[in-house]
Design a protein around this ligand. Sequence first.
Ligand code: ZN
Length: 212
Amino acid sequence: MCADILKLSETLRIFEKTGIEYLHIDIMDGYFVPNFTLGTDYCKALKKATNIPLDIHLMINSPESKLDWFEFGEGDMVSVHAESTDNLREALAAIGKRGAKAYAALNPSTPVSSLDGILDEIDGVLVMAVNPGFAGQKMIPSALGKITEMKRIFKEKGFTDKEIEVDGNVSFENAVKMREAGADIFVAGTSSIFSNDLPLEEGIAKFRKVIG
Ligand code: ZN
């Protein structure tokens, strides 16, 4: 949602050239979050246009009933919010069944303990550093503590292959702190590579440098 939609082909070629690992797609339904963004056709078009895997971030109510609307499979990842459904386990299992990585997403006010009992079902956790809905917000500092806590729990339970993704105000400065806290996957948006301070390619190079 941070990319210039009218220059998307150009952007995709730069992403391919620079080895971007995933395309993070923010899907909003106007209910779970107060905004509309991208949808099913957009994901379909991206699938056709590039081989870069999709990272579909579903900010929609009852995602388990809408997973079939989306094209994804082996190599892709899909996040569903713990707050968006009473059937989180079912939603995660349905994603895994299609060969994609299943991530549980947590809003800033949702504690890590809400994932107790389903950690075996997830490939990772998406920690929101802002309240989802709009780009351009400031990081809520407690997100860093949440990343650290999640990392500790994964380690304690021996889940060494589960990863932590962080989304929201992942600026060059904040990315360093998020990395130190234990984040593995970083969603770069308007506060870093799409800030227009630098050409996209240079922004990506700078981002890779700061996360080491
Ligand atoms: Zn997102």
